[in-house]
Every structure is written in structure tokens, then in C-alpha cells.
Design a binder for this molecule. Structure first.
Ligand SMILES: [Fe+2]
Ligand SMILES: [Fe+2]
Length: 530
């Protein structure tokens, strides 16, 4: 073994997996995982086994992007059958939990008619007893809340389902994460290391701080497990040095989608980290290499997979001082607590923030602002826009907030005043609610209803109302999912005729006609503020 110092190559992708499926936020809490196993994974696997050709054709059809089709190499039927058998054999407790959630919903529909819920506790499905409280809202609609901390401590949560798959990437294309499992096909090195393990920090530190090869391997604690494979992912090439901001004002850099880094000499803040790796490509971009060694605050706007990506967060964990998430924890199945979830994944520095609450720091502050809609009218609390004050600059990040009720931001404006720069997402078509939340529903939602409840951001009128309300001087449309390195979580391809493009073009025209700077961000951008 060589005594030279080695880095982990900059183009090494580290995909966190749960039972072989890409770990997005609903695959970590046991209840949402159980529903996705039975209602998404097993169904997609059944469909693939029945007709792999249909899947192979569907993933080539741009109209079916993001649909329930596996994007696998040809002839993977046997491998998928094996995965399906293993799921049925070894994940029985999750199958039971999923069924129990269905039975509990049915019980409440049938028997909770406005009278006391106490007699129903005896009828709660066994698998859920002790993990739920039954409640009515004030209109006597029955429901339940999950006692999430107990579920994480129960046998339903098994951190050994978690692995990390390492492979080298040379282009932007990656299979869509909600529908394609990562099979053991010899392409990736699958490390059996749970997300919370500090071993992963050792591994990811090596992207910037080199180590002797043996030391790096020992830190992973994997014995003889595929050491030769691991060696191929290392390099002696020194990474590009990071250029920190050293001016008297502030600098922001757009990394793609909703990911923006803001820096002053004293503090830096990173929003919705979703990053590209470094490899040869045609679209210029900032990557992991362009981040500071210490990130003071990471801000998460909401729990959609294009805004909270464990793949990125786990690789940055050792650099993050604080990670700020919208407060929730009300125990709704569709709204798992981000604080608990991140804590399970080894983050010890999670700050929950409520609407209109402020976190001060030297010469600035972070204020959480209401984020409306974009969640199919489900009661989801994990949503926050942010106002960032950095020195004399005031920037508002509205993410996918859909300004359905402009009165809300009128009240907010009365409290916080004008904003210099607005960043607003305008994905105004949005997927139907079932795209993300479908597996959690235990009763079929009619197609028409599903399609009326969309995960849509602000359109022209709604975004313009925010610009006018806060008297913004600069407007940046972002979070549009247009960067090709986002395809594996977004599956969006716009044309000039797509509503989000038409509406954002109109917004930019209107703004410019009023002397407001306006731009739809794409790829990379740097702005220096004095
Ligand atoms: Fe969203
Ligand atoms: Fe989004």
C-alpha cells in the first residue's frame, strides 16, 4: 500500500440508499418508508417484472419523464425479481406497518363519528398501538398523529437498511430516483454504512483533505471488503482551491436550482444544498469544490427532494455548523419532522425555526417567512421562505411558495419592510399531488381531484404580487429545475411553450419595464454587493 496522500476523486458520486432505493426524505421515517415500499416500490417492481420492455420504452419517452418506470440497463428482470423477493421476505415488519396505517384510516372513517375516541384505542391495529394518538379537528374530522420519536426507537426503524453507493460520474444523466432502484450490478461500490456514522465524514473529508490510502480505508472499518474497488476512486490530484469572499460587502453565488451561497467576511449561508459534482461538461457551474470549509448556516426551505437532498447534505455534514429547518413535528404522516429525520442521519446541530422567528448573527439575521401552498393542499408545516439580512442587504428566498393569498405577504411586509432582491420559484404547473404523496393515501383519490391539487409554485400574477409588495429592486427566478444535473430528482424538461417559461418571461419583461433588474437563473451566477 502506498504512503502517498490521496483524495477522494471530485467526480465520485455518493448515493445514499435505503434498502437499495435512493434515500429521499420519505424513505427515512419508518411510516412513510413503509407506505413507499408497498405502494411505490413493490408496484413498480411488479410492473417491471411483468413487462420490462414497457419500462425500457417509457424511459425514452420525454412525455413520461418522472413516471413510475425503471431506468435500468437492459434485461434486469432477474435482478428486480430478486430485489422484490428480498423485500417481501425481509421487510415484513414494514409491510405490516403499511397495512396497519391503512387499517387505522379505515377504522377512523368507519367508527369515529364525533363521539369520544377512547373506545377506539383498543381497536388500533396492533402494529401501531403505542405509536399513535387519535384526534378530531374542530369539525369532528377524525385523524391520528404519529409519535415519531418512538417510531425511530422501534424495530420499524432499521439504520442497517442504509448504504452508500460510490461510483464515478462523467455526465449529467442519472436515473430518476423515485422509480429506479440502484441494483448491485458491479458499477458502484456499496458501502454498508448507516447515514449517521462518522465514518462517512472521514470519507467525505477526503475530497478536500488528503490521507494515506490505508488510513482512509481503516477509517471506513470495512476490513477486506472490496478494497481494490475503493482504490480506483482515489487520486493524488489536488482539488481546486476554494476562493473565499474577503470584501466589505457580500457575495452570492448561484449553484443551480434553489442552491445559493451567500458570504460576508464574517458569515456564510447556504440555501437548499443540491450540488453538481465536478466533471467535464458544457454548462459552466459551481460544484462541491466551490464551498467554504465551514458553512455557518444551511437553510432548508421545504421537504421536497429537489430542496433537501441527503446525498449533498451527508457530504457536507462535517462542514455544517447549523442546519435550519422549518418547525413541524405535529406527527402527520405526510409531514415527517425534519429535525428528527436529520438527527437520525447524524446531524447534531439542527435548529427548528417558526414563521416570523429570527436568528441573529454578526451584522445580519435569518428570518423565517410563511411559505404558501405547493403541497397539494395537504397540511404540511415543513415550509419556510427566508429573509436574509447581510449587512445593509436584504434578500428574500421564496423558494416554491405559491402566493395564493397575497394578504399573507402584505402582513409580512408590514413587519419586515422592503426587500432588495427576491428569489422566486415559478414552477407554476406542478406535478399532481400523488406524484410525491400518493403512496401515503390509503384511499384512491379521483384523478380529477388529484390533478386539481398540484405541487405548483407562483405564476406570473402571484410572483409579481410579491415583487410589488416588497418593492424589490432585483428579481431572480430560480428553482426551475432546468439544470440537467437535477434531472435525476426533478425530471423536468421545458420548452418555450411551457407555462413556467411563459410566466417567468412575462415577469421579467414587466420588471424590466419598471426599471427592476430581472433574470431567470441558470447554471451559475455570481453577484457582488457593496
Ligand atoms: Fe417544492
Ligand atoms: Fe422545487
Amino acid at each position: 500500500m502506498s504512503s502517498s496522500l490521496y483524495y477522494l476523486k471530485q467526480n465520485v458520486v455518493a448515493e445514499p440508499l435505503v434498502d437499495g432505493w435512493y434515500a429521499w426524505a420519505h424513505l427515512i421515517p419508518p411510516a412513510t418508508l413503509s407506505r413507499n415500499v408497498t405502494e411505490r416500490h413493490l408496484k413498480i417492481m411488479d410492473s417491471y417484472i411483468e413487462s420490462p420492455e414497457t419500462h425500457e420504452a417509457a424511459v425514452k419517452d420525454p412525455r413520461l419523464l418522472g413516471g413510475p418506470f425503471m431506468d435500468l440497463k437492459p434485461r434486469q428482470q432477474q435482478a428486480v425479481e430478486k430485489l422484490r423477493e428480498r423485500t417481501l421476505r425481509e421487510r415484513e415488519h414494514l409491510l405490516i406497518l403499511s397495512r396497519a396505517l391503512e387499517e387505522l384510516d379505515a377504522l377512523l372513517r368507519e367508527k369515529a363519528a364525533g363521539f369520544s375516541l377512547e373506545p377506539l384505542y383498543a381497536e388500533i391495529p396492533r402494529a401501531l398501538q403505542g405509536y399513535v394518538e387519535l384526534v378530531y379537528d374542530l369539525n369532528n374530522h377524525p385523524s391520528f398523529r404519529l409519535i415519531e420519536p418512538l417510531l425511530y426507537k422501534s424495530p420499524y426503524y432499521n439504520c442497517w437498511l442504509q448504504t452508500v453507493a460510490l461510483s464515478e460520474i462523467t455526465g449529467d444523466d442519472r436515473p430518476f430516483v423515485l422509480s429506479t432502484p440502484r441494483l448491485h450490478d458491479g458499477e458502484a461500490l456499496h458501502l454498508p454504512i448507516p447515514f449517521a456514522s462518522e465514518r462517512l465524514d472521514h470519507l467525505f473529508q477526503a475530497k478536500r483533505a488528503p490521507s494515506p490510502e490505508g488510513e482512509l480505508w481503516d477509517a471506513l472499518g470495512l476490513g477486506d471488503y472490496d478494497q481494490a474497488r475503493f482504490r480506483s476512486l482515489l487520486t493524488t490530484d489536488v482539488p481546486r482551491p476554494y476562493q473565499r469572499y474577503d470584501g466589505d460587502g457580500a457575495r452570492w453565488r448561484y449553484f443551480g436550482h434553489a442552491c445559493i451561497l451567500l458570504e460576508t467576511r464574517g458569515v456564510n449561508v447556504l440555501l437548499d444544498p443540491v450540488l453538481s459534482y465536478t466533471y467535464e461538461n458544457d454548462i459552466s457551474r459551481y460544484t462541491y469544490e466551490d464551498l467554504p470549509d465551514v458553512i455557518d448556516y444551511v437553510l432548508i426551505t421545504h421537504n421536497h427532494q429537489d430542496h433537501i437532498l441527503f446525498e449533498t447534505l451527508l457530504q457536507l455534514r462535517h462542514r455544517i455548523r447549523h442546519i435550519v429547518v422549518p418547525r413541524n413535528g405535529a406527527g402527520a404522516l405526510q409531514d415527517p419532522s425534519l429535525k428528527l429525520l436529520l438527527q437520525q442521519c447524524g446531524f447534531r446541530n439542527v435548529i427548528e425555526i417558526s414563521e416570523m422567528e429570527e436568528i441573529p448573527f454578526e451584522r445580519g439575521s435569518i428570518t423565517a417567512l410563511p411559505f404558501l401552498g405547493e403541497h397539494g393542499d395537504l397540511n404540511v408545516l415543513t415550509k419556510s421562505a427566508y429573509l436574509l439580512k447581510m449587512g445593509k442587504h436584504r434578500l428574500m428566498f421564496a423558494a416554491d411558495s405559491c402566493n395564493i393569498s397575497p394578504e399573507v405577504y402584505r402582513h409580512v411586509h408590514r413587519d419586515v419592510g422592503d426587500v432588495d432582491a427576491l428569489f422566486v420559484g415559478m414552477e407554476c404547473d406542478g406535478a399532481p399531488m400523488s406524484w410525491i404523496y400518493g403512496p401515503l393515501l390509503t384511499q384512491k383519490l379521483e384523478r380529477q381531484k388529484d390533478h386539481s391539487r398540484r405541487l405548483a409554485g407562483s405564476n406570473y400574477e402571484r410572483a409579481l404580487a410579491i415583487v410589488e409588495q416588497f418593492r424589490c429592486k432585483d428579481v431572480y427566478v430560480y428553482a426551475m429545475g432546468q439544470e440537467p444535473w437535477l434531472n435525476y430528482v426533478m425530471s423536468i424538461k421545458y420548452t418555450e411553450k411551457s407555462n413556467p417559461i411563459i410566466h417567468s418571461n412575462r415577469l421579467m419583461e414587466t420588471c424590466r419595464s419598471r426599471g427592476i433588474t430581472a433574470e431567470r437563473l441558470f447554471g451559475e451566477k455570481e453577484i457582488l454587493l457593496d
